[in-house]
Design a protein. Structure first.
Ligand code: AMP
Length: 192
């Protein structure tokens, strides 16, 4: 299966959970920029040091840092036949950079899945996750900022991909299994 997918959706919509499930069903790696950044912060790498203050404040890591990281990750062997990007692209510049990466590889996106979520439900989910996992950027003020940044910088990307005929919108509210089924059903006509 050579699906090349992007998962869009506000923080708390369940992107990470769904990415893991969709990636397993389609046999493509889930690539989460947030997870890669968090691993680098934990390991105190140079990349982690550059990213941490932005993450802690709920702001985006600068495009040049993020783009270089993703370019490196997409060049890995396991992404050659497909991937599911969770949390990238998030800005117009990232969209352009991803276009360039795929063009040089002679490929393109299969679909962009936008998982929609009610804002208050998303906040509640993230507060629950904070209690369970202790993520530094899951306190209420930072959560609200992350939602604001998403609305300002990332939500408009859905229109960009809709114009290209790539966008699939799926309601992210409800049981995890039901949402996975909705995503798979929405993708089915586009997978070959
Ligand atoms: P996430 O786990 O996807 O919510 O990402 C956690 C944090 O990592 C975000 O709030 C940003 O600070 C940073 N991050 C993840 N992906 C990106 C991206 N594509 N562009 C910029 N910053 C990002």
């Amino acid at each position: 299966m050579s699906a090349r997918l992007v998962l869009l959706g506000p923080p708390g919509a369940g992107k990470g959970t769904q990415a893991a499930r969709i990636s397993e069903r389609l046999g493509v790696p889930a690539i989460s920029t947030g997870d890669i950044f968090r691993a680098n912060v934990a390991e105190q790498t140079e990349l982690g040091r550059r990213a941490q203050r932005y993450m802690d404040a709920g702001e985006y890591v600068p495009d040049e840092v993020t783009n270089a990281m993703v370019a490196g990750r997409l060049a890995a062997d396991d992404a050659a036949d497909g991937f599911l990007l969770d949390g990238y692209p998030r800005t117009p510049d990232q969209v352009r950079q991803l276009d360039g990466m795929l063009e040089s590889a002679g490929t393109g996106l299969t679909a962009v899945v936008e998982i929609t979520a009610d804002v208050e439900e998303a906040v509640a989910r993230m507060l629950k996750r904070a209690a369970e996992q202790g993520r530094a950027d899951d306190n209420e003020a930072v959560i609200r900022r992350r939602l604001e940044v998403y609305a300002e910088q990332t939500a408009p990307l859905a229109a960009t991909y809709a114009d290209r005929g790539l966008l699939v919108r799926v309601d992210g509210m409800g049981a995890i299994d039901a949402v996975t089924d909705r995503i798979m059903a929405a993708l089915a006509p586009r997978l070959h």
